[in-house]
Design a protein around this ligand. Structure first.
Ligand code: ATP
Ligand code: MG
Length: 577
């Protein structure tokens, strides 16, 4: 394609909302333009890259035995109500009421619609297993769209849904998809790690996340140094305290702490440390009131709480409920006397293991000291569960091994869903014995736009993007330096035509522009291989070839240029840089 005929609006200007390199470079290199917060237009370069990623994904899905379909973005809200996920997604689910008064959701994912399809079309075990996939637009009204296309309100996802009669059969497809994902990311040329994950709003029993390690990622990967254990922060399990501490015998003592509600304020006021505090959090699990006790220096992990509560929808109790349950203002909740007032009290093992602590007194403006777990509130009772409900932190171990923390970008996730959706949406089939059984499901997502952004996040330098050849918008850029020189222009054209004939994806910079501008743009766009045809080189019978990652160009005789370019393209494609 000809540069002069395309809109590639490169710019030096950095968008004011661009916090990370991939966002800055996608805009500066003219891949995308912002329309509004979290929505973008993909220009020719951006779309070409997305298409290449989609093609790789499509080939690997087809090879893994999945069949491509296309489901609607506009979906009946009723399906989302039936699975309870309109509530789970909350405001992230974009909805509208149509002219006939019917509620609709804009698809953030498509378990509901695909399970509805299964309920209509799948009748017998003989039709299973089956795996449907689509590559299509998803909409999420993200609380905070940011980082350009990494977290946007509209994006392209490859989503797949598989249906089975047995967990063993699901295991086989799950593994096939897991392996296909590995091939997708390898072919796209991006580094990735696989971590155990929680299945979150999806429900279900097992999940893995594919994460690109990089410092600007929003996800936290937790792993042991030997790599034997790797999980995301939501999932990462931690060892309980080694031995219960000695219990102090001092009696509980009430202290006046006027208007001192937060952990920091209480610590400042009483001269205690957060590790000595018992944080008491009031939550709702499917409308039931529950209480969570975690140590003052720890954070509640909502995913772990969701699992502990059997997949219930979890949300913080509102202020009025907290007041009603504790009898005190916000910031003064404590565990003493609470067990009979709530459905369940979840106690983190690191609270159970405290010798004594400071907590709210369930009385406005008062705290209590010397609170001993097991003595002053029960740690063993029918509605008390001692369970890990906090985030892992530096210093934690798992299986005795120290846990290390890194950041990453989630690019894909696979889930074992079980029968949650099929039961709610009536996707039953007859099994071999003729009994009607709910389909066991798996689901599998990849963020197409995120692959592009994370490739740039890990591949860039001061001059611009450095993209793997498999997903770069063009494989080769021919730069015609002196466009007013007939011989330069015709030689550049010749190379361009020959490369095109050989099936190479090639861009020719045929603009009337200064060499410096052309070089800068070529580096910014990040085409993996640049070929420069200029008067000076031609005088010596040479053109210059430079990989985006080379420091200097190399001269190649004109008559060998095309052959040499094809060779380098092959090497780059084989990952042989
Ligand atoms: P996150 O935790 O980052 O919000 P998620 O776990 O909710 O993502 P999934 O429901 O697993 O996302 O969606 C599958 C894939 O879609 C993700 O792995 C990610 O690559 C992509 N994705 C999800 N949300 C967005 C978004 N707002 N913008 C771009 N891509 C997204
Ligand atoms: Mg996910």
């Amino acid at each position: 394609m000809r540069y002069s005929k395309l809109l590639i609006p490169t710019t030096r200007e950095v968008p004011s909302d661009a916090e990370i390199p991939s966002h800055r470079l996608l805009v500066r290199a003219g891949y995308i333009r912002k329309v509004a917060s979290g929505t973008y237009t993909y220009l020719v370069l951006g779309l070409r890259s997305l298409r290449k990623i989609m093609q790789i994904v499509r080939e690997e899905m087809d090879a893994a035995g999945a069949q491509e379909i296309l489901m609607p973005v506009v979906q009946p809200l009723e399906l989302w109500d039936r699975t309870g996920r309109s509530a789970d997604y909350g405001e992230t689910l974009a909805t509208f009421t149509d002219r006939h008064g019917r509620g609709n959701a804009l698809s953030p994912t498509a378990e509901e619609v695909c399970t509805f399809l299964a309920s209509q079309e799948l009748k017998s075990y003989k039709q299973l297993p089956v795996n449907f996939y689509q590559i299509g637009t998803k909409v999420r009204d993200e609380f905070r769209p940011r980082f350009g296309v990494l977290r946007s309100r509209e994006f392209i996802m490859k989503d797949a849904y598989s249906f089975h009669t047995t967990p063993e059969c699901l295991d086989v497809t799950y593994r096939a998809m897991y392996d296909a994902y590995c091939r997708v990311f390898e072919r796209c040329g991006i580094p990735y790690v696989i971590v155990e994950a929680e299945s979150g709003e999806m429900g279900g029993s097992g999940s893995h996340q594919f994460t690109v390690p990089c410092e600007n990622g929003e996800d936290v990967i937790v792993h042991t140094a030997d790599g034997e254990y790797a999980a995301n922060l939501e999932k990462a399990e931690v060892d309980p305290p080694l031995e219960p501490f000695d219990r102090g015998a001092a009696e509980v003592e009430e202290v006046h702490t006027p208007e001192v509600g937060s952990i920091e304020a209480v610590c400042g006021f009483l001269g205690t440390q957060p590790v000595e505090m018992i944080k008491t959090l009031v939550y709702k699990a499917d409308e039931k009131i529950v209480i969570c006790l975690i140590r003052g220096d720890h954070e509640l992990n909502v995913e772990k709480l969701t699992q502990a509560a059997g997949g219930a929808h979890i949300e913080p109790a509102d202020e009025a409920t907290v007041r009603e349950v504790t009898g005190a203002g916000i910031g003064f909740a404590g565990p003493i006397g609470m067990v009979d007032k709530v459905a369940t009290m979840y106690v983190d093992p690191w609270v159970e293991g405290m010798c004594c602590g400071v907590s709210g007194a369930n009385k406005t403006d008062y705290h209590v000291k010397n609170v001993v777990p097991g003595r002053d509130f029960p740690t063993e009772a029918d509605n008390v569960t001692v369970i890990d409900i906090r985030n892992a932190v530096e210093g934690d171990t798992r299986g005795g091994k120290e846990l290390l923390f890194h950041r990453g970008i989630e690019v894909g996730q696979v889930f074992k869903l079980g029968a949650k959706y099929s039961k709610k949406l009536d996707a039953y089939v007859d099994d071999e014995s003729g009994a009607s059984v709910p389909c066991i499901m798996g689901c599998y997502g990849i963020g197409i736009n995120r692959i592009l952004a994370s490739a740039i996040e890990v591949g860039n330098d001061k001059d611009g993007c450095i993209l793997p050849i498999a997903i770069a918008p063009f494989e080769v850029e021919v730069v015609a330096l002196n466009t007013d020189s007939e011989s330069v222009f015709s030689k550049a054209e010749q190379i361009y035509n020959d490369l095109q004939a050989a099936g190479v994806d090639v861009l020719i910079d045929d603009r009337q522009a200064r060499p410096g501008v052309k070089f800068k743009d070529a580096d910014l766009i990040g085409v993996p291989l640049r070929v420069v045809v200029g008067e000076r080189g031609l005088a010596e019978g040479n053109v210059e070839i430079k990989r985006r990652t080379d420091d200097k160009p190399a001269g190649v005789p004109l008559d060998q240029a095309v052959e040499r370019i094809l060779e380098i393209v092959r090497e780059l494609k084989a990952g042989d840089k």
